[in-house]
Design a binder for this molecule. Sequence first.
Ligand code: KIV
Ligand code: ZN
Length: 517
Amino acid sequence: MSTKTDANRVTIFDTTLRDGEQSPGASMNLDEKLKIAELLQELGVDVIEAGFPIASPGDFASVSEVSKLIKDAVVCGLARSSRGDIDRAGEALKPARRARIHTFISTSPLHMKFKLQMSPEEVHQAVVDSVTHARRFTDDVEWSAEDGSRTEHDFLCRCVEAAIKSGARTINIPDTVGYAVPEEYGAVFRMLRERVPNSDKAVFSTHCHNDLGLAVANSLAGVAGGARQIECTINGLGERAGNAALEEVVMALRTRADSMPYTTGINTKMITKASRLVSTVTGFVVQPNKAIVGANAFAHESGIHQDGMLKHAGTYEIMTPESIGLTKSTLVMGKHSGRHAFKVKLKELGYELGDNAVQEAFRRFKVLADKKKDVFDEDIVALVDDEVMRRHDRVKFVSLQIVCGSRGAPTADLELDIDGEVRQTTATGDGPVDATFNAIKALFPHEVKLQLFQVNAVTEGTDAQAEVTVRLEEGGKTVNGQGADTDTLVSAARAYVNALNKLLVKREKTVPKALSA
Ligand code: KIV
Ligand code: ZN
């Protein structure tokens, strides 16, 4: 077994904003992406893949704005092997302090024949041309062999050799379709390091999808085989069954350092916050029994386990909740708590808000404390996230009165502030949620498809705040809106209005200058 040295430091490459965002329905707007990028930086990730600039003006803007914002981590943009893709990535990454272009092409027989309709020789030439061209923009070029785990070894060696010779510093071997098993995936890295000339001039990287539930195991096997970069996402977000979950690979390496002597630069105490933010923004709820960040990951229900825990936490806990930033749900404040205590609490929870935002959050906290006996940290997080999320909204929720039950049609009496003017209407529907959404449509006419309506309790108890996610679709574009309140219907109205605002921004968005030039 090797020892802990710098040679055993594993680079954490986060692709939540690129591969993660490719999950159907997980789209994020620019503000949300910037918020996530900032948190990823605080979390200590080494590389942030911020988007695929050629894919859309939104992706271009994401890479460009993240490049302006992020000072510590490397910012990366994805590009296929064409010059157009690479030029666009280079352009978007211009403001970055440390920029990486990640260029890829498929190398498996199946992909080359059916997807690319290119011969192996043409693909090999494309590797040379793409990496050489990308090096004109930055020294930090990563090359990926898409469907690498299903590529013939001799051809993979030739392509990797060509990529390194052309100037790629990182070589990524994706298990694009989540087909590999750990032993075989680890062996690919051993084979490449042994057979490819100058393999020591590049860092090898894993990129595993979770179709067989093996993404984390495969990533760790890749590291054991010599890879020193893991590509992963928060909560395992990603195409189909997702990517390797950042929190799982990092905590596995940390908790089992005895058998895997590798280190990362991750501040694990930020994991819970990052997981919650990504879940809130995307509306992808974390399953309760999910490793590390699931609501039950540190819950001990059975009598035997509880007894063991009381005697010694190590009996049933292999890592502490504190190590992932999960603080015990503390009773914070009640309706008599003052502004100063509230500000201190916000700081403790990691929020740096301007005076106006603090003022508004404090006002809502007071309203909440009046309605709810116990106010927990989670309540404050939900309330502040809700507030921050709707800062720039054109349409704002003002009030809602619902009459519903088993005797007659549900009625919603709603007030919205639209462009600074408060408007009121009453509408009925097939249920109170339908009546509420009909009232919104009456005040602000629009045609959209409701794709998702999801309710989550923020804490336990019947007085808990309800966090509602609403996903709307218009012309193939989806947006997620969130709302939190002790009244589920008020949360629903807030969430719908929030999503509507995001659609308005999407509609109005013009092509960024760099693309229209
Ligand atoms: O899964 C994959 O192959 C990818 C590449 C673009 C790196 O996401
Ligand atoms: Zn992928």
